[in-house]
Design a binder for this molecule. Sequence first.
Ligand SMILES: [Zn+2]
Length: 113
Amino acid sequence: MVQRIVLTDDQRKALYEALENQQTYTQMADLIGVCVDTIKRILHREGIREFDGAKYAVSPANRLNRLNEEQWDRPCLKCRKQVPRPHGHYLCSKCDKSNKSQWAGVDEDWLVK
Ligand SMILES: [Zn+2]
């Protein structure tokens, strides 16, 4: 059984800073006191950094959490406002709401054509 390392807020902050400062994974691993493989797994699990490959795959429940937290500020397809919202949402919440009441059941792709 591998012990699961749960990051403290301070550690998470330190990792974000380390990434911003373009520190190596070895340096980040030292920060938390784990090995490089583990730091990559943590970064992936926390949604701080994406890695390719199944090696760092997270469970579906975690993945869902991460998606919920991931934000982007792509312009809304309808009103073009740049409002931060969950990654994958093409409409701002206002347009999304009005769409849903007006066009219940209509696919988002169709609406923007
Ligand atoms: Zn909008």
